[in-house]
Design a protein around this ligand. Sequence first.
Ligand SMILES: [Zn+2]
Ligand SMILES: [Zn+2]
Length: 168
Amino acid sequence: MAVSDDFALQSVKVAMTPWERFDEFLQARGKRITRQRRLIVEQVYASHEHFDADQLIDLIHATPEGAKASRATVYRTLGDMVDAGLLRKMVLGGREVYEHDYGYPQHDHLFCSSCQALIEFSSDELIRIRDAVAATHQFRAQSHRLIITGICADCRSSRSRNRHQDRV
Ligand SMILES: [Zn+2]
Ligand SMILES: [Zn+2]
């Protein structure tokens, strides 16, 4: 599930590296800091992709250091990374998908239910509407999540091509 190339968000400047932030989070909770956890964080931050736990486990198992990492460790670390504010988890087409939250700007998604493409966008207008809705409830918005589900341009054009061929 790759991020579409025609919309690339710039990264946001952050004070700490993802690992420093995670390290601080783990220490504050008295959790163990292991080489495997560090490897998992590095692997997750190696590229900005949307990924699920199975894809990450495959990547980690392909590294010499991570060959013995257990699924339980990977799942536990992903959960901790969500709690630490490093990752966001979304459910797309029944699949749990993670993406970077720390060092990445607020954005929303279009999800194609046909080919599973995930397209990122950000809209100032949407933020304005969000804040206006929140204000009518004396609410101060901190974040939101919007996933627009539908059929992407590629799938729509191949569908209309197929329909056209049927008629011929
Ligand atoms: Zn599609
Ligand atoms: Zn995204």
